[in-house]
Design a protein around this ligand. Sequence first.
Ligand SMILES: [Zn+2]
Length: 155
Amino acid sequence: MDLFTDLPEGFEQISIPDKPAKGAWSIDIEQVAKATQLLGIELPIKIRYQGKGIFTAGTHYIRPYMHFVALLQTLPLDKANKTLWHELAHAMQAERWSRETGRDICSHYREEYKVASGSWGFSYGGNRLEIEANGIAKAQSHWKLLYGDYYASSS
Ligand SMILES: [Zn+2]
């Protein structure tokens, strides 16, 4: 199967929750579509909220054959916007790796991400893919993928 041309029928390119997040923001699907174009992301993306009790502000997983992004819905708007950029950067990294290596994108976490964490054990902050994702999130943070009251959440 050619990942980037033979998508199964019925896959929506981008899917988002149908309600605003508890943090009083909503996802701007058109801006997300533009951002994925900029990043060269070709697979569909499903964005969902996650509740409290999860350790991170956001998560990116690969599902055959799509990206799954979960955002902590209680985040303030600015933080949520940056987090979404960060997770989209991970989607970009996974596709880039798959294109460059010819490997199945579902193996990305095991074959590139975990290796990038270092042989001495799991390192989040020192992982070059995390550093790259943080850099992209910082550089793009003025670009709003979410709508809501940015003034009220300027923390
Ligand atoms: Zn990350």
